[in-house]
Write a protein that binds this ligand. Sequence first.
Ligand code: ARG
Length: 451
Amino acid sequence: MWKGRFTQQTADLVQRYGESISYDWRLFPHDIAGSIAHARAQMHADLLTEDEFSQIETGLREIQREIEAGEFEFSTELEDIHMNIEAALTQKIGPAGAKLHTARSRNDQVATDTRLYCRSAIDSILSLSTELQKALLSQAEHHAATILPGYTHLQRGQPVTAGHHLLAYVEMLGRDKQRLRDCRKRLNVCPLGSGALAGSTINLDRSAIAQELGFDGISTNSMDAIADRDYIAELLFVLSLLGAHLSRFSEDLILWCSTEFGFATLSDKHTTGSSLMPQKKNPDVCELTRGKTGRLVGNLIALLTALKGLPLTYNRDLQEDKEPLFDSVETLTLALEVNAEMISSMGLNIENCRKAAQDPLLLATDLADYLVRKGVPFRDAHDLVGKAVASAEEQNITLDALDLSLISEKFGDDTEAVFNLEGALKARSNPGSPSLENVLGEIQRWKAELA
Ligand code: ARG
């Protein structure tokens, strides 16, 4: 399609090196939609007759059906999806097909296709993220009152509830979704009409094309529109972060499923066995999610690295934007689906969770707060409780069994209430804290938001 000035065939190795059809075939529905919108604008500009336009439209829709049915034969010789489709069209309908590329370049075409691909990927990842949030939410509701230890430094810190813990991930996913919507807004701009880099001497109605393709507007600088891939980088960042959130949740689950913790059980359907050790039930899905997150981050770095040294405008390096994009979208799509399913069927062992939170040491902070309420400055209260902890440890007794009056006369005979787990949670009633009432309130708020 560009061989006019060449007298030699492209070397086989160069063809293999440069083809992108083996992966950019995924752009076909967007490429076809873009071509139909472009052809319609050509017709309105009297560059095509109505009949020619309708031949192009019918031909392209036929090609779309053939690709969907797996009947289309992609050719590496034609490099990419754009040339594969255009060549097939011209073969089908003859001269009208050869007019389609007027006032267009593969450069504005590929920028349009990838924006449309990102947009539809975002829409689907948004709805999969909502499904995952719903799965977490329903477990959070089931376990709103299930007490377990909250950790810092992976050391037991203070009591929380499983509901509160799970809702933390609902929040993270909520912000990931905001970032996705934000990214969608910024990328929903149509580059068609930017040509190879400097627009075109043939004017088509760019706004009409943009509108037909569901874009919010048109790009305002042809060089920028051709050269930048910031919208892909932004999406890859958002997907990496979403992956990082899933990965942290995976890590929690891996710990929770260990015999050492014994908090959670995953269904047989979502675990795997060992070919050697018959007793094993492994949380492979969680480990894979954690592992695949490395790929998501790698894809972001690959693109940023490819972009950083490029002079304006198009350089073939930009073809390297697609594999990271497709890989991240497809990897995360599956991760969201499998995690939602796995979480829905996960069970929590309420007794084990409670047992782990039972140690009165988890309420040492509450004991310091008790002293604060008696007028002791917090730093002094912290120090007194620290001494109490050391003394209990020394005597090999639990903190609540210690005679606290020996540590300080500030401790009254009313400390017993401090060591009541339910009471301790109830007292955490400030907005954002894990009292049952708060957690139930948050669950209702999220239910309404996700409905
Ligand atoms: N397959 C190419 C890519 O993905 C399409 C654009 C080709 N443009 C060019 N000037 N060779 O980047």
